[in-house]
Design a binder for this molecule. Structure first.
Ligand code: ADE
Length: 243
């Protein structure tokens, strides 16, 4: 997969793309990252990327020219037709399902906004999609692009052991069950007996119940679209009524 990032602050990506799993994925050729400063594409004398909003008001708006030209350059350099995604609080809320959808793409371009936002012609004619990482406003789209990149790359084939993302929170439809490791007794704080029993069926059942209990308590909204057995439905109803 190829991930192009267009940003006015490319150095912000150095640490994130060159450490840990993203670094390894790149070294193994599972992903290619290219971070480009779209200020380099400005054709005006002072390399300005923004201007005052028509109609007045506070804040500056990113002008179309540098971003249209930067995307054109990416398209002419690659044989693939990338999906162009703006990082913006106006976008659709990012979820695990969207990460899974993007992990199927051959090539994406993440565009990091700044200031008041993008001139609407960028939104209408250049972008294929707009993504928000949450209902809060960041100083720019860089952190959002890092979040999306991280969530997508870990889903690519063989980047991490596939079992570990098939059981992820959200992939399962629920939050994850609690995890424990050695020691079985840490200063009187004990691991639940069932996990030490070696009885796989009971362990699976305990985990499923714990995931449902946790989800019912913390994120009942996730349960609405899930298919549950009668017993599970009763368990969830009990937790919700206790709350
Ligand atoms: N840019 C500023 N805030 C953002 C957000 N919440 N998501 C994506 N991009 C952003």
């Amino acid at each position: 997969m190829k991930i192009d990032i267009l940003s006015l602050f490319p150095e912000m990506f150095t640490a994130v793309l060159h450490e840990s799993i993203l670094k390894r994925a790149q070294e193994k050729g599972q992903v290619v990252f290219e971070v480009t400063n779209f200020r380099d594409f400005t054709t005006n004398k002072h390399n300005k990327v923004d201007d005052y909003p028509y109609g007045g008001g506070a804040g500056m708006v990113l002008t179309p020219q540098p971003l249209f030209d930067a995307v054109k350059a990416i398209k002419s350099k690659n044989e693939t037709t990338p999906k162009v995604i703006l990082m913006t609080p106006q976008g659709r809320p990012f979820t695990q399902a969207i990460a899974e959808e993007l992990a199927q793409e051959e090539h994406i371009v993440l565009v990091c906004g700044h200031y008041e936002g993008f001139d609407e012609r960028i939104v209408e004619y250049l972008a294929d999609d707009e993504i928000s990482i949450g209902d809060y406003v960041l100083t720019g789209g860089e952190l959002a692009a890092m979040v999306v990149t991280d969530a997508v790359v870990r889903l690519l084939d063989d980047v991490i052991v596939s079992d570990s993302h098939e059981n992820d929170s959200f992939s399962m439809g629920t939050l994850e069950h609690p995890h424990y490791t050695r020691p079985a007794d840490y200063e009187g704080m004990k691991v639940p007996d069932v996990l030490l029993s070696g009885h796989h069926k009971n362990i699976e059942q305990w985990r499923r119940e714990q995931a449902l209990i946790r989800t019912a308590k913390r994120r009942p909204d996730l349960l609405v679209s899930m298919s549950l057995t009668d017993n599970e439905r009763a368990l969830v109803a009990e937790i919700i009524s206790e709350k």
